[in-house]
Design a protein around this ligand. Sequence first.
Ligand code: GCV
Length: 705
Amino acid sequence: MYRLINLLLALALLPLTLQANDGYKLWLQYYPIENAEDWMTDVFTDAKVNGSGETISIIKNELELASEGFFNKKTSFTESGSKLWIALKSELPANLASRSTEDLGEEGYHIFNANGQVIVTANTQFGLLYGTFRLLQQIQLLEPISEHGIVEIPKIQKRVLNHWDNLNRTVERGYSGFSIWNWHRLPRHIDQQYLDYARANASVGINGTAITNVNANALVLTPYYLEKAQALANAFRPYGIKVYLTARFSSPMEIGGLKTADPLDPEVQQWWKDKAKEIYDYIPDFGGFLVKADSEGQPGPHNYGRTQAEGANVLADAVKPFGGIVMWRAFVYSEHTPDDRHKQAYNEFVPIDGKFRDNVIVQVKNGAIDFQPREPFHPLFGAMPETPLMMEFQITQEYLGHDTHLAFLAPMYEEVLKEDTYVNGEGSEVAKVIDGSLHDYSMTAMAGVANIGTDRNWTGHHFHQANWYAYGKLAWNPYERSERIALDWIKLTFTSDPDFVNPVKEMMLRSHEMVVNYMTPLGIHHIMARSHHYGPGPWVTGGERADWTSTYYHNASEKGMGFDRTRARSNALEQYAPELQEKWGNLETVPEKFLLWFHHLPWDHQMKSGNILWDEMALHYQKGVDEARQNVKTWKKLENHVDRYRYEHVLSFLKIQAEEAQWWRDAVLLYFGQFSNRPLPEGVESPEHDLEYYMNINHKFVPGI
Ligand code: GCV
């Protein structure tokens, strides 16, 4: 009977849900559940949450939201909690506490079933919050809780979003509107969106946020802005989220009135100490500093002939008494260094391994160039056993078509995390560097450059919410599988109907490879348009920096194309373990996905398929276009499974993507065709226009610069 009522209810709500859903609720839709098992409804009928305070209120509120969404019923909080009991381990009676044998640490949780009573337990309220989100996810996914239950302990300590948000609310490489931080209205107005942001992060285990751009403005460290940052920190704290700020290295001069920012100058050291104390007076649990130094015009220790360690340590000493850390970026390279850009960070950081204070962690991008659609892992991973290294992934799609191109990034993240560095023999995967197990790091962290903005659905493309979600899941557990992440996200965000879930999952899982195919297959890289990186630009050459051009990377001529990183030229390969030098340096064994990353090859180079390089390349571009077109068709067939608003929005973006995939294919093949001097192989469509046409496309005011 109960089920029947639910079914009728769900049917009654159906037209409503199919009509308007702007996506604001992300993966926390809590849509009506049919076919719920009894325990799933029961937990809301007799629930008890121990304790008090803001985090506990958030937990209770979440239960209420879910109960109303799933079953259109209020949650009954009772004294007994005979169906659901959420309590710290220390509050449970011995017979229940003893069921939870693992050390859950500060953030882990255990959910189990004790004779019909669901228990969510943890050592802290934040653990309880994570456990509650998981319980609700389990219910929406219609998945059981076994007797032993679910034990989850994060494998990475600091799981941080990096916002490249400027104080004027523009977002560098942001494609989803403006910054959600309304600095002008802060600190007096706390927008509901800040709380919704914190809630969404907590629901996937993100516990830190660096709220300002790494291309930093020193003003954020002045009282005027610290008061505003404090207001955000206060809003985020109950959700277990710490605030970090980006520190401009020249701040002692710009806002402190000193004549130098030399890290070895005692006055500079004192300035940072005083500044740290001031920040902690505003934000007692301030996470620490994130720093981009000596890169792309940012000031840094190089200005004073100092090392990156000397630079990082002055900030580290300042925050150390308060428990703060410094995330010091390894994205250091210079147009004045006459070496392959690929090699520069490694050359700079490996000699100073072990020279950093113990509260510094070096933040390394997944690859050595710059968030390309595909890169081999950064050679620093595995090369600094004495210095904790953290991963920096880019969630926003600077080089992946911006917000209109569907690219589910979990497979890309997973690919990098699974790569074997071989530094301690076979099985030394990047994930083991990041989770600290390979080198016994004392601190572990992961950063994701956020794709969030003021767009109503947060991320521009509805499907790019999945990248925020996936980042959180992989930061919690870098061994999580993309397929699992995709499945859960689709079901939480849309529906569990297999007729929708299966084709969408396939579409998502193939999407990154599809984008690689129509943008940069076979190891081609950095051939996007100049500066804004929107659309193809293989012809980009000249200008202020060679390492910001395309020709620097593809080296195309009548003889062939590719970047020779073998011993014959830059020898970047030497920075990897001997096993990889051997494998990637050898044309027989290098994976073709990295071919032109490491080798310069003639157009008639024989590929494994039997095709010559030129033909193979052209076929990859065509494949990408075909898939992008197919996605439009696939989505159209799903019209009846998704609400009108999201259906139309996604459809429109998929159409743009299909058109732009073609733009990429035509422009790139026409450009390289000048050198290959060969016809397009059978199966590859002829370009619509000539090369000049594509070279003259000039998009104005592309967002994100
Ligand atoms: C924040 C790339 C981007 C820059 C970005 C930089 C970085 O070069 O194009 O916008 O600056 O990476 O990661 O610091």
